[in-house]
Design a protein around this ligand. Structure first.
Ligand code: IMP
Ligand code: MG
Length: 175
């Protein structure tokens, strides 16, 4: 699979510039709030989290939640499974869910439901990519990096069957 061709779709430079803008917006919105509790969804969001958390000036804590809904293919199995839970409590916290891409919306709908029950002060969502054409469940994404068409993308943390996560650009996988 690493032999498959990839074509740069969003360059590392464009990602960096957009994340700076997103971080400035986040800083404005949380200016008078306590620390931010950033929760990244494993594994795809790990690169985005590392850049976003360094671009944001608001004091932040990070934690990870493992959720799998995809198996090894390109389409959601529709089944959502928690594979790793948070290490810390979010009760009373301003939670910012950090996600690589919102596709069907199944993962985030489920995750918001789970986290809501833990009585955070607020929950917002930051997603680097949004593919609204494929939405099956409505999700309000508060901070979107790029809205993209219905293409399967890899790189910058996103994988196809665990490959390509290390590419610095977001690329389209060609058959
Ligand atoms: P959803 O539950 O369908 O919204 O799925 C979201 C998850 O599916 C993301 O966190 C990604 O891990 C994965 N995903 C969706 N679209 C893509 C893509 O184009 N490339 C790689 N992973 C994707
Ligand atoms: Mg993911």
């Amino acid at each position: 699979m690493p032999d498959s061709k990839t074509r740069v779709f969003i360059s590392a430079g464009d990602i960096r510039r957009r994340i700076r803008e997103m971080a400035a917006q986040i800083d404005r919105d949380y200016a008078d709030e306590g620390p931010l509790h950033m929760i990244a969804i494993l594994k795809g969001a790990f690169v985005f989290l590392s850049d976003l958390t360094r671009a944001v000036q608001t004091p932040s804590r990070i934690d990870f939640m493992g959720i799998s809904s995809y198996g090894r293919g390109k389409t959601s199995s529709g089944e959502v499974k928690v594979t790793k839970d948070l290490d810390t409590s979010i009760e009373g916290s301003n939670v910012l869910i950090v996600e690589d891409i919102v596709d069907s919306g199944v993962t985030l709908t489920y995750l918001c439901h789970v986290l809501q029950q833990r009585r955070p002060k607020s929950i917002r969502i930051a997603a680097l990519l949004d593919k609204p054409e494929r939405r099956m469940r409505p999700v309000k994404v508060d901070y979107v990096g790029f809205t993209i068409p219905d293409e399967f993308v890899v790189g910058y943390g996103l994988d196809y069957a665990e490959d390509f996560r290390n590419l610095p650009d977001i690329c389209i996988l060609e058959a």
